[in-house]
Design a protein around this ligand. Structure first.
Ligand SMILES: Nc1ncnc2c1ncn2[C@@H]1O[C@H](COP(=O)(O)OP(=O)(O)OP(=O)(O)O)[C@@H](O)[C@H]1O
Length: 262
């Protein structure tokens, strides 16, 4: 494991992405993250956020470069080992017709190594996402935001050390956007690495320890939010200018359209 100095404390860097590429969709992206960090992956539509998450976690085989977690090369791990290492929330999970939420959650326990009984593990994630009321309902009859919380609960089953989420706040109301971001932050602080693709730059700036900004499959910047969300990067990657509101609750970005992203 590589040791680095981040701020004043020495920390173990557990996730290292080295010049990771996937054809033209992702080109030589590098960054690293330490246990305890919530890492936001940001960029315009089509920038490569989903591709990066999939190549990082072994769902897409990189065409060059590699991703390692605790020195293990992810692409070389068996799928069972990947599953025990990484909790994954896809951007568009497959629709499961007819099954209840309880059934959907139980089906997510397959091949996980659990520290407690399966029913206690389901109860744990149900409480985290506040989805008790949905358990006996068919999954596809829930609203979009309700389904998203159930899908995130399923991704948390197994309590893996690395959680990768593709737009976890999509479809959520403001209450649950904050709830989910606070939950992810607290899970990171309890010792996970969390990589999360996000569109909301205010949430990204407020909650993430580090941001990875992509543009057309290439890395523009990686680092602390203030260093990444510069006027120049916002203009080039998103075609916006922004004013920042700073309050006791955190920061919020007020964007204005500039032009099409270059
Ligand atoms: N299955 C695929 N085959 C070919 N090209 C693809 C495929 N999926 C995505 N792409 C292309 O790869 C690029 C990156 O897509 P990706 O889904 O990673 O972007 P993203 O940043 O997650 O976008 P969004 O914010 O819209 O979800 C885009 O140009 C997209 O059109």
């Amino acid at each position: 494991m590589v040791n680095l100095f981040i701020g004043k404390a020495e920390v173990c860097v557990s996730l290292v992405c080295e010049e990771l590429s996937f054809g033209a969709r992702l080109q030589q992206v590098s960054f690293s993250a330490a246990t305890g960090q919530l890492v936001g992956i940001i960029g315009a539509n089509g920038a490569g956020k989903t591709t990066l998450l999939q190549a990082l976690t072994g769902q897409l085989e990189p065409t060059a470069g590699r991703a390692t977690f605790a020195n293990a090369t992810i692409a070389q791990l068996a799928s069972l080992e990947q599953r025990r290492l990484i909790g994954f929330l896809p951007q568009n999970p497959t629709a499961h017709s007819d099954i209840t939420v309880a059934h959907f959650l139980r089906s997510g326990l397959v091949n996980l190594s659990l520290r407690q009984s399966p029913s206690a593990e389901v109860k744990r994630v149900v409480a985290l996402l506040k989805i008790h009321d949905y358990l006996s309902r068919p999954l596809t009859q829930l609203s979009g935001g309700e389904q998203r919380r159930v899908q995130l609960a399923r991704a948390l089953l197994g309590d893996q050390p690395w959680l990768a989420c593709d737009e976890p706040t999509a479809s959520l109301d403001l209450h649950y956007q904050l709830h989910v971001m606070q939950l992810l932050k607290s899970l990171a602080q309890q010792g996970k690495i969390i990589t999360v693709a996000l569109h909301d730059l205010s949430l990204a700036a407020r909650f993430c320890d580090q941001l990875v900004l992509l543009h057309k499959g290439r890395l523009v910047a990686a680092g602390e939010p203030a260093a990444v969300l510069t006027d120049e990067n916002l203009a080039n990657a998103f075609g916006i200018s922004a004013r920042w509101l700073c309050t006791e609750q955190g920061v919020a970005l007020l964007p204005s359209l500039l032009k099409q992203p270059s």
